[in-house]
Design a binder for this molecule. Structure first.
Ligand code: ADP
Ligand code: ASP
Ligand code: MG
Length: 426
């Protein structure tokens, strides 16, 4: 007997018919003799709808009230799933964020889980009850509802799995695992049997939205065994115990899989893209100590994350251009903050561009293999795709390109690194 957390995303929970299918998967998993807790997202599109209501009600909305509104989507689906499970003859009840409780820091709309009180839940599961938990929500010390940032139900699931010391955390979604790249963009993407925590963390942070970045970091820290798999299976499908999806594994486990011949070690494991960044260029910034600090200090104070930064070589007259990227959703605020400090910083023009995309190649194989970056630059150059900025880490190379060239770039790189499905990679 195992203790299993099963998480179902928005498309899996979109409507009562889909919820019935989810209930059937959950019922069969429990019928294998396991203790089961289920974490659910709001129905697909519901959180966007609720966010829009907040914007319409008050464009400068109070994040604490925003949380009250957006957390409701998961309240609906958790109640509906408990009802559906009951209709199938299972014992089930919902556990809202304040009832377990899931304690988070005060940061509304982007809260972090600090601790989960799971004793009552563990006792209920041991007594044969299926626990249904709304993802995405928690409660602050002040007793108010918080939410964990978009895609946060993945993190709820991993945190619950850590708190109840689950044997596995199965993340059910609308694809049957983690692929070499978004399978909705590249038809030749292939499913990976396993991917390391480190690679998944990097892939998620550069745009592979199949798992929220924080959920992978937490799983790595707490040693939670995560599997990504599809909920879009027939009612007669076998339960997930036989690992049909993608497992997130440690490097040691990966090495063992490679030795057994179950996985082939590639220099590049996956490719991700992110269209949600925007580029800012400040021209003719004084080329002297302190200039760059003047630019980034106000952005940091406003919690605006700066990603890529390029400072060009100083031109004549001790001036230089500084280029960097920020999340598109923060572009207007960043522009306003920089314009306010035009005098202090001393730039000439502020040019912004939202029509950009970041393309990243990720793989632990890069640590020991040179030439990954040059393959990327050459393959893009061969297709006439211009690179506007570059960043690297130990296991990742990212480039900034024109947004219109995103799909082409991802496909070209997928082929260049030998990842196309027909290339027979494990
Ligand atoms: P959920 O609603 O279940 O949380 P998401 O939409 O957040 O689902 O994540 C699943 C989606 O992630 C897939 O439909 C797929 O388009 C996208 N995706 C992006 N990159 C990858 C990848 N490398 N492997 C699998 N899916 C990916
Ligand atoms: N419903 C939330 C969102 O859409 C959380 C989640 O689904 O993970 O962001
Ligand atoms: Mg998601």
């Amino acid at each position: 007997m195992a203790r299993i957390v099963m998480k179902f995303g928005g498309t899996s929970m979109a409507g009562t018919e889909r919820i019935r299918r989810v209930a059937n998967i959950v019922r069969k998993q429990q019928a294998r003799g396991h203790e089961v807790a289920v974490v659910v997202s709001a129905m697909a599109g519901e959180t966007d709808r609720l966010v829009n209501f907040c914007r319409e009600a008050n464009p400068l909305y109070d994040p604490a009230e925003y949380d009250v509104v957006v957390a409701s989507g998961e309240q609906v689906t958790s109640g509906l799933l408990a009802l559906t499970l009951q209709s199938l003859g299972c014992q089930a009840r919902s556990w809202l964020g304040w009832q377990m409780p899931v304690r988070t820091i005060e940061a509304h709309a982007k809260a972090r889980i600090e601790d989960i009180e799971a004793e009552a839940l563990i006792a209920a599961m041991a007594a044969g009850e299926i626990a249904v938990i709304p993802g995405f929500q928690g409660v602050s010390d002040a007793g108010r509802i918080t939410t964990l940032g978009r895609g946060g139900s993945d993190t709820s699931a991993v945190a619950v799995a850590a708190a109840i010391r689950a044997d596995r955390c199965d993340i059910y979604t609308d694809v049957d695992g983690v692929y070499t790249t978004d399978p909705r963009i590249v038809a030749k993407a292939h499913k990976l049997k396993a991917v390391t925590y480190e690679e998944m963390l990097e892939l998620a942070s550069v745009g592979a939205k199949v798992l929220q970045t924080r959920s992978v970091g937490l799983a790595m820290k707490e040693g939670v065994r995560v599997q990504v798999l599809s909920s879009f299976v027939g009612d007669d499908a076998i339960p997930a115990d036989d690992i049909p999806g993608t497992l997130i594994v440690s490097e040691d486990e990966m090495n063992a899989l490679v030795e057994k011949g179950d996985m082939e070690r590639q220099h590049v494991t996956g490719i991700a893209h992110d269209k949600n960044e925007a580029k800012i260029i400040l021209t003719r910034v004084p080329d002297r100590p302190g200039s760059v600090a003047h630019i980034f200090e106000p952005l940091a104070k406003a919690s605006i994350n700066v990603d890529m930064i390029i400072q060009n070589v100083g031109r004549d007259k001790g001036e230089t251009d500084v280029t960097f990227t920020v999340p598109q959703s923060d572009l207007a605020r960043a522009q306003a903050l920089l314009e306010d400090r035009r005098e202090d910083i001393g730039f000439n023009r502020l040019i912004s561009d939202s029509k950009i995309a970041k393309i990243s190649v990720v793989g632990v194989g890069m640590k020991s293999h040179a030439g990954v970056a040059s393959t990327m630059f050459q393959s893009l150059a061969d297709r006439g795709i211009n690179i506007q900025a570059i960043t690297t880490s130990e296991i990742k190379v990212s480039v900034l390109i024109d947004e219109d060239e995103t799909e082409l770039a991802v496909r070209v790189l997928h082929t260049a690194y030998g990842l196309d499905a027909s290339d027979e990679v494990a």
